[in-house]
Design a protein around this ligand. Structure first.
Ligand code: ACO
Length: 441
């Protein structure tokens, strides 16, 4: 069965339909070029045709951090950063977070449509029956130092999975490709749970097939002597919502990494392991961990103004604030604030919440943050919830990685099936020495 790669991009203005063009005049030669605009973009290769002489390599665009370069066409996720809109396959994130489960949303991201009841039952059953990991994996998790960061353990274990499933290399065949997608979504919580249990010296807890995806993850984290772990339904649902909010975010750093590795036709375990590596960085998924450390360092509400001054002087960044795409409130941060209320009802209020709320209030009124369009992002409040639920800070990016896995895979697969895609290979502007010789020294 061929996997549906999804619906066409939703209701975006299609400049192509209006036959729009861009006219460029090269002042070096006086020549004029008419470049077609497709889907609101020009092809960079059209600019490359602009040359001053036959041996000129052609004009390049210089765009560190891809500020204005679309490297892919995608039908998975739509973001309007100015309006604070996030949609998966056309559905607003607010509706999905309120009415759907994480596996339902995973199906939506991967297949392009929400599952029917029958499809959902089969999908859940498939995921549930692939949560176990090979016993040898326990041996190398055992080999990590007790203080190994669980993100490092996750990254290396995911990479190692490719050695357990050599058929993962058959990425062009639908059935093995689908199998690895199921395995990755199913095994991420197991590896995450094992990484945590190793760090604290507790025995590993095996998956429990009677529990939901998030309920089972909580089981593998926290089960001790009880015969059967009984997850708190409010915490189980809160985690589900958090995973939904993290499930995809179009061409962010880790997703682009997964796509770049995938463009070399590597297996999905290698691609996702690279994505975990990118997510680990403090400017990306590592930010939720940094937010908690920052709040702890601030320590009390009266020390906030001093911290804000240090941020404004450029000494520090306000972690959990700012986003490459959102230049207004991150819609996920708004939903997370509501989830926090539900969770704190069960766990008790996180004492750092007062600092976070006051910090947000002051920052949102301050000229520096207003003029730089800096608002709380998804990571500002998620860490407070995770901490209240008992997760150590090192586990925060791991939780993010579990949630992001279906998005990575949907984007990886989309790239793979896109006939426009080629191996990713950016150009450079060489600024080094001209040719020189050892004898010249
Ligand atoms: N605190 C203080 N100033 C900031 C912050 C911040 N958190 N973020 C951006 N700025 C300032 C920069 O200093 C810069 O100011 P200038 O123009 O006066 O020099 C301006 O805003 C633009 O910043 P850039 O770094 O160019 O913006 P960019 O889009 O590249 O960065 C990023 C986005 C990395 C998210 C940034 O806002 C940041 O570092 N935030 C803190 C880390 C964080 O919370 N990351 C999580 C992002 S969400 C996610 O990945 C899931």
């Amino acid at each position: 069965m061929a996997i549906d790669t999804g619906t066409p991009p939703v209701a975006l203005p299609r400049a192509t339909d209006r036959g729009e063009t861009l006219t460029v005049r090269d002042d070096r030669t006086g020549k004029t070029y008419v470049i077609p605009i497709h889907d609101g973009a020009i092809r960079a290769t059209e600019l490359n045709k602009i040359r001053t002489a036959a041996d000129d390599p052609g004009l390049l665009t210089y765009d560190p951090g891809f500020m204005a370069t679309a490297a892919v066409k995608s039908a998975v996720t739509y973001i309007d950063g100015d309006a604070g809109i996030l949609r998966y396959r056309g559905y607003p994130i607010e509706e999905l977070a309120e009415k759907c489960g994480f596996l339902e949303v995973s199906h939506l991201l991967l297949e392009g449509e929400l599952p029917t009841d029958q499809e959902l039952a089969a999908w859940q059953d498939d995921i549930t029956h692939h949560t176990f990991i090979h016993e040898n994996i326990k041996k190398f998790i055992d080999g990590f130092r007790h203080d190994a960061h669980p993100m490092g353990v996750l990254m290396s274990t995911v990479a190692a999975l490719s050695t357990f499933y050599p058929e993962a290399k058959r990425i062009s065949d639908v059935a093995p490709r689908h199998k690895q997608i199921v395995r990755l979504i199913a095994k991420m919580p197991t590896i995450a749970g094992f990484a945590y249990r190793h760090a604290v010296g507790l025995p590993y807890v095996y998956p429990d097939n009677d529990l939901s995806y998030t309920g089972n993850f909580l089981n593998m984290m926290w089960k001790t002597t009880e015969l059967k772990y009984d997850p708190d339904p409010i915490l189980e649902r809160a985690l589900e919502v958090l995973f939904i909010l993290h499930a995809d975010h179009e061409q962010n750093c880790s997703t682009s990494t997964v796509r770049v590795v995938g463009s070399a036709r590597s297996d999905p375990y290698s691609a996702v392991a690279a994505g975990v590596g990118a997510l680990y960085g403090p400017l990306h998924g590592g930010a939720n961990e940094q937010v908690l450390r920052m709040l702890e360092e601030i320590g009390s509400v009266d020390r906030i103004p001093e911290h804000i001054e240090r941020v404004k002087s450029g000494e520090l960044r306000l972690m959990g604030f700012g986003h490459r795409v959102y230049k207004s409130y991150d819609p996920r941060a708004r939903i997370i604030k509501k989830v926090a209320d539900d969770v704190f009802e069960v766990t008790g209020r996180n004492p750092l919440l007062d600092i976070a709320l006051e910090l947000e209030k002051i920052a949102l009124e301050d000229d520096y943050f207003v003029s730089h369009k800096l608002y709380p992002n998804v990571d500002f409040y998620s860490g407070l919830i995770y901490q209240a639920m008992g997760f150590p800070v090192e586990m925060f990016p791991v939780l993010f990685a579990i949630g992001r896995t279906p998005g990575w895979l949907a984007q990886w697969q989309e790239g793979l099936l896109d006939p426009d895609q080629k191996i990713a290979r950016p150009r450079q502007l060489y600024i080094g020495h001209a040719e020189r010789h050892l004898d010249d020294v």
